[in-house]
Write a protein that binds this ligand. Structure first.
Ligand SMILES: [Zn+2]
Length: 454
């Protein structure tokens, strides 16, 4: 298997530290709001990748954190006049609800910053001892100049970055590139006792500390959105490798951003679409199709056109799966013939190439394309078994919704027949037109009205 590694800027052969177990850490959301479609991309894509690793025979230890102490959480808590913990708890619960409806499996572990304060303090003390950190007032900073390979992950040159950077007025660090490990608390902020005074952790330190505690000093894959490469992941890497003097992460995977009319979808820009809204309008299957039909590293645009396309693409597969089931039922076995073996090999080939899900889906589109019209029942069975097997990592629901759709169409047809009986042809034509726009063809046959998907 090959994975594109941000660190080397190349696709590399994937060799886990332990031949059977893959350890993976994915940066999770800051819990101050419901997640939006942009947050859903790493969650869906890396969960699908994790399941593909399982499909390929690995056990996967998958950690995804919640940042539950942060300026934005404090701000929302102050507006509502509640403890920041209330906000954190609410949106952790919100995340689990949305993730579950999107078909994302829970991680092996979902650590929260506020449960790791002791480990974070120990981490910082250790960095201080090794002269990678210094205290200014109640703040503690990481000394970037003490870590020579700073910038390697994001392929940036520290002196170039310095020339463009400046130190904010409220910061008293020695170098504009230095970043905060521990922040002295201001009035009205959550705080913990520490050797440097009351305060709270900086953002980057939590992922280093949690991953060290849960996955050890070195692990296989660290993933997240490519907006995290700098400074978040660069800083995580610097402080962890400074502490352990070991290579921390072997493969860095980053997904591309979702844009809306050429701007990144983000809460600060205000062009967000929450997962909850998207689920209501398009449904889980369309969202998963939308996210998986582009390579995870490519940027994608979010628009109602793209979502409708995804919905149509999904129905192309779902409809054939349904048709096959009608023809051959559910309880059958297939023999693994050359055709099945070839298809499985093809699927593994494209997904082993840096998890190329658009190619994987095109294999499925090819398989479902003419399988019904050939009338070959054995081939239909093979296709169904293959798609069901691959659905372990694609995560579609081929079952639900269908009955509702059928009921809806039957109801519309009944209304149309009633209209025709009344000789209200304007009404009956309107219903026909509406159904046709939905891709449904109506046939008035001597034995009654039939319908089918166009
Ligand atoms: Zn992180």
């Amino acid at each position: 298997m090959k994975i594109y590694n941000t660190l080397s800027g190349q696709k590399e052969e994937f060799v886990p530290l332990n031949p059977n177990v893959v350890k993976m850490y994915v940066c999770g959301p800051t819990v101050y709001n419901l997640i939006h479609v942009g947050n859903a991309r790493p969650a869906v894509v890396f969960d699908a990748f994790r399941r593909y690793l399982e499909y390929r025979g690995y056990s996967v230890i998958y950690v995804q954190n919640f940042t539950d102490v942060d300026d934005k959480i404090i701000k929302v808590a102050n507006i509502e006049g509640v403890d920041p913990k209330v906000i954190g708890d609410r949106y952790v619960a919100g995340y689990f609800k949305d993730a579950c409806e999107l078909g994302i499996q829970p991680a092996t572990c979902h650590p929260r910053t506020t449960n790791f304060i002791e480990q974070i303090k120990e981490f910082i003390l250790e960095l201080e001892k090794k002269h990678f950190a210094y205290q200014r007032g109640s703040d503690v900073y990481f000394d970037v100049s003490a870590f020579p390979s700073y910038g390697t992950l994001s392929h940036r040159n520290p002196s170039d970055m310095r020339s463009g950077a400046r130190v904010e007025i409220n910061e008293n660090k020695d170098d504009p590139l230095d970043f905060v490990l521990w922040k002295g608390s201001k009035a009205g902020e959550p705080k913990w006792k520490s050797p440097w005074g009351d305060g709270r952790p900086g953002w980057h330190i939590e992922c280093s500390s949690m991953s060290k505690t849960l996955l050890g000093d070195a692990f296989d894959i660290h993933a997240g959105g490519n907006d995290l490469i700098f400074p978040h992941h660069e800083d995580e890497r610097a402080q962890t490798e400074a502490l352990t003097s070991k290579k921390w992460v072997n493969y860095w995977m980053h997904n591309g951003m979702i844009s809306v009319k050429d701007e990144k979808m983000s809460k600060s820009i205000g062009n967000i679409f929450t997962v909850r809204e998207a689920l209501k309008i398009y449904g889980k299957n369309a969202i998963r199709m939308y996210l998986l039909s582009k390579h995870y590293r490519s940027p994608i645009e979010f628009s109602s056109d793209r979502m409708e396309e995804a919905k149509t693409a999904y129905s192309r597969i779902a409809r054939v799966m349904e048709e096959i089931e009608k023809k051959v039922g559910k309880d059958f076995r297939i023999t693994e013939d050359e055709f099945v073996k070839d298809q499985k090999a093809k699927m593994i080939e494209v997904l082993d190439d840096d998890f190329n899900t658009p190619q994987a889906l095109s294999i499925i589109f090819d398989l479902v394309k003419d399988v019904i019209s050939t009338g070959n029942l054995e081939r239909m069975k093979s296709v169904k078994v293959l798609v069901d097997e691959w659905n372990y990592f694609l995560g579609f629901d081929f079952e639900p919704d269908r009955k509702n759709v059928d009921d809806f169409i039957e109801l519309e047809l009944k209304l149309r027949n009633d209209a025709r009986m009344r000789k209200d042809y304007a009404q009956s034509d309107e219903i026909r037109k509406k159904l046709e726009e939905l891709g449904i063809e109506i046939m008035d046959l001597p034995e009654g009205t039939r319908w089918r998907w166009k």
